[in-house]
Design a protein around this ligand. Structure first.
Ligand code: UDP
Length: 465
């Protein structure tokens, strides 16, 4: 059987590139060849060591070769990406075909235009879903008969307690559903994008397969309740070094698409701290805070009085000098970026104060670190609900909305104490975090559910070719 050759098209954000690289690595290990297709900017940002056996990189310019900045016109960016990406993808497939190379399947990380190009050239196309199955299910039901059920609640105030009941899902309030449903949200244009995805899925080849960055123990029941679609859990797509001794013993060789070579100083600092004593504070690559909010985070950390490592990106909020700087420096370390997976797997980390981006959530689960969730937008609202109420591996902050502040320092301190301090709830959360770490590792090791599903997927295509 010839090895299948997948053309993997990745959106140029860290949240997409990181799991896409993990997927490329696993597909290659499972015996396939991969062409990884993304923008010039995204490829340039990958550290040099990203050179995977069996994976070839191809790039195109989306017109944002220095990167999309928060504040740029997001709709325009998406339109350019679509237009230039479609042309470049078509060009790549046609050129390759002229040279006798036929791609077996195009995989896209939620890019309807890539699906469209693939089908127009009669190549199979598979969606790679990089959010939880629960979020997929919410969108699926919205576009398949439950629009009114969801809108009845999302048209109410954000703190309404009315419940949305969807097949296979826990009851959800307005604050638990993706922010795309909130029409005042500036990212509400994401909903039509989701609509294209779910419409294209209906036209897919049967059985319609979706690869999802989740795993059976976490969300199998949810996946089963999604109509006739075959949502296959192949995650968590986190670096193999999490899976370490129990799986491949590959230590630190797995790809990381987005790391600026760090100073590593913080590792030495972490080494000097006691087990499970440090709060890791990071809100992904996109979220931005007002100065007032940063001040409240600082206040919460100071009141908690525990050592912390806080990632404050240079583009994170205004440039004003952070107040409380001296007090903060006494107990913690502030860095512009770090190797998050390295930090989370460090034994000194006792809690992750996070926006609950899906990668961050999975990375935390896979390293057994409990969370304090402060969601910002998109799927983060639902992810936080799952963390707090379903998997019970953390707590979600209570929010207000006053003068640029969404969560107060006192509330942050209270939540951090709940997760790290004594008390029954903290004990339960820490026990659950350990349990989920074990289950995440189990899914990915040889013969685990995600390992088997991915291998079966590759074999299916090897037969076709
Ligand atoms: N990340 C990192 N270093 C940091 C902050 C984040 O390596 O200092 C990585 C993190 O490990 C994750 C990604 O950036 O893989 C962020 O993805 P996520 O889905 O959590 O959030 P997004 O950036 O999409 O909001």
């Amino acid at each position: 059987m010839a090895p299948p050759h997948f053309l993997l098209v990745a959106f140029p954000s860290r949240g997409s590139i990181n799991p896409a690289l993990q997927l490329a690595e696993r597909l290659a290990r499972a015996g396939s060849r991969i062409t990884f297709f993304t923008t010039v900017f995204a490829r340039r940002r990958m550290i040099d060591s990203v050179c995977l056996e069996g994976v070839t990189f191809a790039t195109f310019s989306d017109g944002y070769d220095n990167g999309y900045q928060l504040g740029d016109d997001a709709e325009r960016f998406m339109a350019e990406l679509k237009q230039r990406g479609s042309e470049a993808l078509r060009g790549l497939i046609e050129l390759s075909s002229g040279r006798g190379l036929r791609f077996t399947c195009v995989l896209n990380t939620v890019l309807p235009w890539a699906d469209h190009v693939a089908r127009s050239l009669r190549i199979r196309s598979v969606l790679v879903w990089i959010q939880p199955a629960t979020v997929f299910s919410i969108y699926y039901h919205y576009f398949n008969g439950y629009e009114d059920v969801i809108k009845n609640v999302t048209s109410q105030s954000r703190d309404s307690t009315s419940l949305i009941r969807l097949p296979g899902l826990p009851p959800l309030t307005n604050r638990d559903v993706p922010s795309f449903f909130n029409l005042e949200n500036k990212y509400a244009f994401g909903l039509p994008q989701m609509q294209s995805i779910f419409e294209q899925l209906k036209e897919g080849d049967n059985p319609i397969v979706v690869l999802a960055n989740t795993f059976d123990a976490l969300e199998l029941e949810i996946s089963r309740a999604i109509g006739t679609l075959n949502l296959i859990g192949i995650g968590p797509l986190v670096p193999f070094r999490f899976l370490d001794a129990q799986t491949h013993n590959s230590s630190d060789k797995s790809p990381r698409g987005d790391l600026f070579p760090g100073s590593g100083d913080y590792v030495q600092w972490l080494n000097s701290k006691e087990e499970a004593s440090v709060i890791y504070v990071a809100f992904g690559s996109i979220a931005k805070f007002s100065n007032a909010q940063k001040r409240e985070i600082a206040r919460g950390l100071l009141e908690a009085g525990r050592p912390f490592l806080w990632v404050m990106r240079e583009s994170d909020g205004d440039d004003d000098e952070l107040i409380y700087k001296e007090e903060l420096d006494e107990i913690g370390v502030i860095v512009p970026w770090c190797s998050q997976t390295e930090v989370l797997s460090h034994p000194s980390i006792g809690c992750f104060f996070t926006h609950c981006g899906w990668n961050s959530t999975l990375e935390s689960l896979a390293s057994g670190v409990p969370m304090v969730a402060f969601p910002q937008f998109t799927d983060q609202m639902t992810n936080s609900k799952l963390v707090e109420d379903v998997w019970k591996v953390g707590v979600r902050v209570s929010e207000i909305d006053e003068g640029g502040i969404r969560v107060e320092g006192g509330e942050i301190k209270k939540c951090l104490e709940m997760v790290m301090g004594g008390g029954e709830r903290g004990d339960e959360i820490r026990r659950n975090a350990k349990k989920w770490k074990g289950l995440a590792l189990e899914a990915c090791k040889e013969g685990g559910s995600s390992d088997k599903s991915l291998k079966a997927f590759v074999e299916e295509f090897a037969k076709v070719d």
